[in-house]
Each structure stands twice: as structure tokens, then as C-alpha cells.
Design a protein around this ligand. Structure first.
Ligand code: ADP
Ligand code: MG
Length: 256
């Protein structure tokens, strides 16, 4: 296989000494390249192709909505891009590192240094407080100042005074805000959010949307958001439409 970047372990600042991918079509400030991605699940005696030949590129700081009907492969695509799952074929290049060439450990290190992920179902750890949940990715990465930064992020998402509450003591919207703070603790280059407003009432959803773009603007984080929310989608500069596991449209919203 030619032209593939080799992965290398992150140093403590999250920078990598890795070789760059010698791709001619690579954007100067590309943060994510998805090339001919296919994901097939075995279902009984049949193969189910959930993503077929999906390619696109995201540059630093870009905001992009992923739209499509239920079952079109949006969550699968997000998981592959974030290195949470592995494709059947094709490749994902995250910050110039080809995930398919990485060991499990290296992929984990790269993910921790580069990616934030907001899950639709929050996925907070029930036995940890809000503050401790936010601190988890920082502690796993061995970063200092985790507690102060987690406090600061909880403050930014309007949860000051709720640091010591457990998830069960928080509303859905509050749990989603904890999830958002957690996704930002390691100052990710790219944030993936899977229907972040899908389980929330309108007012809480609006607040979450504001926060996403605020944190995106302040930290320069690229934002990839799966959503059915048309306001959220139209606030992104770009929208990828997924249907039956394929990208059917790639639209720009230059005024967003
Ligand atoms: N682990 C799995 N095994 C088998 N099929 C799966 C698995 N995960 C997802 N699928 C199937 O893949 C398709 C796309 O799922 P998903 O990516 O969750 O779609 P979306 O997020 O757009 O609703 C669905 O038909 C789903 O049933
Ligand atoms: Mg989904």
C-alpha cells in the first residue's frame, strides 16, 4: 500500500512526529479525510452494506451537518470518522494520520488528543459526578489541571453549582451539557456530535446549539453534527446528505 501515513504515539503535548500523508488533493488545513469508506455488517447469512464508498474532506474549523433519514448510516459514519469503529474498506485520515495503519493503542491516543464526541444518549458514567465525568478524558490523557478546566467548562455550559451532582440527579438537557463539556476538555481539533439536540426540549436544544457554535468559534474546533434539526443544519457552513449509505448531496451554506 503506497502513500499511507504511519502512525506514531503522541507526545505529551498531543503533537505527533508522524509523517504527513503525501496526498496531492489534500487541503492545506485538512483535519479529516474520508476515502471510499465502506462498512458491511454480516446479518445472518447476508451482508448488509451500511456505508458504501463514502468520500469527503473536512478542513480545520469547518462546520458540517450530516443529514439523512433514520438508518442511512449517519451514526456508523461518525463512529468510523472518530476512530471508535473500523471500516470494512476505505480509510479515515485524521489529522494526517491514517487510522487503518494505527495500532489500537495509537488510535486511542490519537482519538484522545484530537477528537471530542457528543453521544445522542449522553453516555455519562453513572457512578461519577458531573465534574468527574468531564474530567475523565483529561485524566485518561494524563493532562494536568483537569479539575480546574472541568470546572471552567461546566461553568461555560451553565452548570456551575451542579459539579457534584450525579447523572441521575440531572435532567436530560443538563446531562447533554455535561457531555458537551466532556467533549471539549481535551481541546479537540474536531468535535463529532450525534443528534445532540435529538432528546431535548426546544429551549434546551437552542442552548446546546448556541454552545456548540460558541465553543466551535472560541476553540476553532471543526464541528461535524448529525442532526434532523434544520436550524442547526443551516447554521453549519456545509451539509452532507446521506441516503442508503451514500452521500447524495454536498451543499455549501456560505452565509452560515
Ligand atoms: N452493529 C451493527 N450490526 C448490524 N447492523 C447494524 C449495526 N449498527 C448499525 N447497523 C445497521 O446499519 C444501518 C445504519 O445504522 P446507523 O448508522 O445507526 O443509521 P442512522 O444513524 O443514520 O440512523 C441500520 O440499518 C442499522 O440497523
Ligand atoms: Mg443514528
Amino acid at each position: 500500500m503506497q502513500g499511507l501515513a504511519k502512525c506514531d504515539l503522541m507526545n505529551t503535548t498531543g503533537q505527533s512526529k508522524v509523517k504527513r500523508v503525501p496526498e496531492q488533493k489534500q487541503m492545506p488545513d485538512s483535519i479529516l479525510q474520508v476515502e471510499r469508506l465502506t462498512k458491511t455488517y454480516r446479518s445472518g447469512s447476508r451482508d448488509l452494506t451500511v456505508l458504501a464508498d463514502v468520500s469527503f474532506e473536512i478542513s480545520s474549523g469547518e462546520t458540517c451537518a450530516i443529514l439523512g433519514p433514520s438508518g442511512s448510516g449517519k451514526t456508523t459514519l461518525l463512529g468510523l470518522c472518530a476512530g471508535l469503529d473500523t471500516p470494512s474498506s476505505g480509510r479515515v485520515i485524521l489529522r494526517n494520520q491514517d487510522l487503518s495503519q494505527c495500532s489500537e493503542n495509537t488510535r486511542t491516543a490519537l482519538r484522545r488528543a484530537t477528537v471530542g464526541f457528543v453521544f445522542q444518549t449522553f453516555r455519562l458514567l453513572a457512578t461519577l459526578t458531573a465534574l468527574e465525568n468531564v474530567m475523565v478524558p483529561a485524566e485518561l490523557s494524563g493532562r494536568g489541571q483537569a479539575r480546574n478546566r472541568a470546572r471552567d467548562l461546566l461553568h461555560q455550559v451553565g452548570l456551575e453549582g451542579r459539579e457534584h451532582h450525579y447523572p441521575a440527579q440531572l435532567s436530560g438537557g443538563e446531562q447533554q451539557r455535561v457531555g458537551l463539556a466532556r467533549a471539549f476538555i481535551n481541546r479537540p481539533d474536531i468535535l463529532f456530535a450525534d443528534e445532540p439536540t435529538g432528546n431535548l426540549d426546544a429551549a434546551t436544544g437552542d442552548r446546546i446549539k448556541e454552545l456548540l457554535f460558541e465553543l466551535n468559534r472560541n476553540a476553532g474546533t471543526a464541528l461535524i453534527v448529525v442532526t434532523h434539526d434544520l436550524t442547526l443544519a443551516s447554521n453549519c457552513r456545509r451539509a452532507l446528505h446521506l441516503h442508503g449509505g451514500r452521500i447524495t448531496r454536498d451543499t455549501a451554506h456560505p452565509t452560515a
